[in-house]
Design a protein around this ligand. Structure first.
Ligand code: IVH
Length: 677
């Protein structure tokens, strides 16, 4: 009996302590939100530390009590072995760019031409890296990088350390939001001061610093980098009955996310220009770097009707601030050889920091570019860099010449293999036409393994160059025989068994890629990744494509005579035919693995326009379905439109279809016709 009473007493104490624990979580999370998200501290740092210490002691005594939303979960400590790949159910698209008022107006007029007079939301374009945050029942379950837009990397362990990313939301809902992880100017400066004191290389700019921090396997390292995050995109607004982007922002704010305080709803394009002008002047005062302004159509229905290209939404664009120009010395001009043998002159510059990165090279494009600018070695030149664009030499400061400058002379022989360069009469570029030129082979290999081609992780440019020079790689087929040299490779400096085995596995996995990746990787002139997809989905197998004719090829929409001729020429070359045979024998897939068209007479050869919201599928799914059945989708209604499919709340396209007498299907009819395949 006595024993029982003591137990009961202990329980009471335990209950009390657990209550206190929950209270501490609440106090600390509120303080954290007020300080970091609202920028409005409610308790002092000392008080915060006191509560945090109390909480940590309780957690040490009762590890089984620890809650996912405890502030201790942000301290970092999780270490992962590798970044898991994640698939974005809705692709994470990028934005198209505009660089001046004229291009902004072209973007706006294109929207007006579709019959809209939209309100826009203007936002600052934060210079960081985009992130997708997934919550289930209000709890953060996954954070991922954008990657190639479809496949990103799981960075949950590091994102949890970002104080402005809520671990739990104010509502227990399932939701995905997207935003930008960034490092403030102040934090970057502090970290660099420390790194300088410790003789470590400096972090070059906030974007690289943020990206480097998020790619840490150990979350303690990421936690020290004090990253921050603004949320700006809700991929599925209709799931939450949200009709405008502005409402989506408000909704995300209410859920506990940090939004950028400068977001502004405007009524017309003039107000967009005012917003841009204001921030062009005031951007230097912001505590973080921005590289432009993002302009988004406010209405979600209008967004959906405007639709997307393969890469960008048509309802948004990014205005990029004018590139910074800096003066430096042109120390030399060197020549590089591309995959196709194209020779490019490059400027070797006195290193300068421009937009936060050190620049020591810039492209000079071709002989004409150098001659038109009358560049001489030793000149002072102005160079420019805009975002990710390769730095470019703008002009020479002739008034700064000393007379010691040396004239530019175009080379006549390949700088790598020495063969005589060739130039067609109507072209500006010189080419090395030696098929065996090492520079061409190396570039070809680099292209073959690149992300949009065979996507082989672990074969970077430097490694390819080394393997080439050591004789392990010559043609792309040799990549698939690298396993024969496994033992030799593991002995090389900088490699171990694990890294070589990972590489060999990535090579092996790439054999199962769909045909379009191989086609793009082969580097057929004029066949980019989009054309490769068109060709692969049309012909389905390599064999079929190899026997196609120029006439057949030009009948495919989006394939013009230049591409057609280039494809036929490529497959007429005995060397290419034997390479493909070799790749096939090595087990590389030669078939298209995407969804295959199943012709349906209701759809074949017709153009379709979608308007309004469908309940059974998203607009993208509907488009895919239509294309699989042989139809084509376009964005605007004309006399030539075959059918307009009208979901709920159709827009002006519906009236236009009625006026032009274009047949209209409601969702029910659409679904019925799909089912007839
Ligand atoms: S919206 C479909 N809004 O800019 C909408 N992006 O150049 C996609 N970015 O990949 C993005 N600030 O990483 C959006 N306020 C903002 C942004 C923003 C920065 C980044 C983002 C995106 C890139 C496109």
């Amino acid at each position: 009996m006595f024993y029982y009473i003591i137990e009961e007493g202990n329980n009471e104490k335990g209950d009390f302590m657990q209550e206190r624990y929950l209270e501490l979580i609440k106090i600390l999370n509120e303080a954290n939100y007020n300080y970091h998200v609202l920028d409005n501290p409610t308790i002092t740092d000392q008080e915060f530390d006191k509560y945090l210490r109390e909480l940590l002691i309780i957690e040490q005594e009762h590890p089984d009590w620890i809650k996912e939303n405890s502030p201790s979960q942000r301290i970092g400590g999780d270490v992962i072995d590798e970044f898991k790949k994640v698939t974005h159910e809705i692709p994470m698209l990028s934005l198209s760019n505009v660089f001046n008022e004229e291009e902004i107006m072209t973007f706006h007029r294109r929207i007006e031409k579709e019959g809209y007079h939209p309100q826009y939301v203007c936002e600052l374009k934060i210079d960081g890296l985009s992130v997708s945050l997934l919550y289930e029942k209000g709890k953060l379950v996954r954070a991922a990088t954008r990657g190639d837009g479809i496949t990103g990397e799981d960075i949950t362990h590091n994102v949890k350390t970002i104080k402005t990313v809520p671990l739990t939301l104010t509502q227990p809902i399932d939701i995905e939001v997207r935003g930008e992880i960034y490092m403030s100017k102040k934090v970057l400066e502090e970290i660099n001061q420390q790194r300088q004191a410790n003789n470590l290389p400096l972090l070059q700019n906030p974007r690289n610093a943020a990206a480097g921090s998020i790619r840490q396997l150990d979350s303690k390292v990421a936690a020290k980098r004090k990253l921050d995050c603004f949320i700006y995109h809700l991929p599925n607004p209709l799931d939450y009955n949200i009709a405008t982007h502005n409402e989506a922002l408000q909704f995300m704010h209410e859920l506990g996310f940090k939004l950028n305080p400068n977001n502004r709803l405007v009524n017309n394009i003039n107000e967009v220009l005012e917003f841009i002008n204001y921030h062009t002047v005031h951007r230097k005062e912001l505590p973080y770097e921005i590289d432009g302004v993002v302009i988004k159509v406010n209405s979600i229905i209008e967004q959906q009707e405007l639709g997307y290209t393969a890469k960008y939404p048509k309802w948004a664009t990014a205005y990029k601030f004018p590139a910074e120009e800096v003066l430096t010395k042109l120390k030399d001009i060197i020549f590089t050889v591309g995959r196709t043998g194209q020779i490019t002159p490059n400027a070797v510059l006195e290193p300068v920091i421009i937009m936060g990165t050190t620049v020591s090279r810039a492209t000079l494009h071709n002989e004409d570019f150098v001659k038109e600018r009358d560049l001489k070695i030793g000149d002072i030149v102005s160079i420019r860099k805009a975002g990710d664009v390769i730095p470019e030499v703008i002009e020479v400061k002739k008034e700064r010449r000393t007379g010691n400058e040396l004239p530019f002379k175009m080379i006549t022989n390949c700088p790598i293999c020495g063969s005589i360069l060739q130039k067609k009469p109507d072209q500006v570029d010189y080419y090395c036409v030696n098929q065996k030129c090492p520079a061409r082979s190396i570039e070809g290999l680099v292209h073959f393994v690149s992300r949009n081609a065979m996507n082989i992780d672990g074969l970077g440019e430097k490694i390819i160059e080394d393997f080439y020079n050591m004789g392990y790689l010559g043609t792309v087929a040799d990549i698939y025989s690298l396993y024969n040299h496994r033992l030799d490779l593991t002995m090389l400096e900088g490699f171990g068994e694990k890294s070589i085995d990972n590489l060999l596995l990535a090579i092996e996995n790439s054999k199962n890629n769909s045909l379009e990746r191989l086609l793009f990787g082969l580097g057929i002139t004029h066949v980019g990744s989009k054309t490769a997809k068109i060709l692969a989905s049309h012909y389905l197998t390599m064999e079929e494509l190899m026997t196609s004719t120029v006439e057949e090829l030009t009948e495919i929409p989006d394939v013009g005579p230049i591409i057609a001729q280039s494809v036929v020429t490529y497959f007429n070359d005995a060397k290419n035919i034997s390479l493909i045979k070799e790749l096939k024998e090595l087990g590389i897939n030669m078939k298209y693995l995407g969804s295959i068209v199943k012709p349906n007479e209701m759809f074949v050869g017709k153009t379709f326009v979608l308007t309004g919201t469908l309940s059974a599928m998203t607009r993208e799914e509907a488009k895919m379905k239509i294309e699989q059945l042989g139809g084509k989708t376009v964005d605007s209604v004309s006399k030539k439109t075959g059918v307009v499919i009208a979901g709920e709340n159709p827009g002006s396209k519906y009236q236009k279809a009625q006026a032009l007498g274009v047949p209209i299907w409601d969702e029910e009819e659409f679904l019925k016709n799909i089912a007839q395949d």
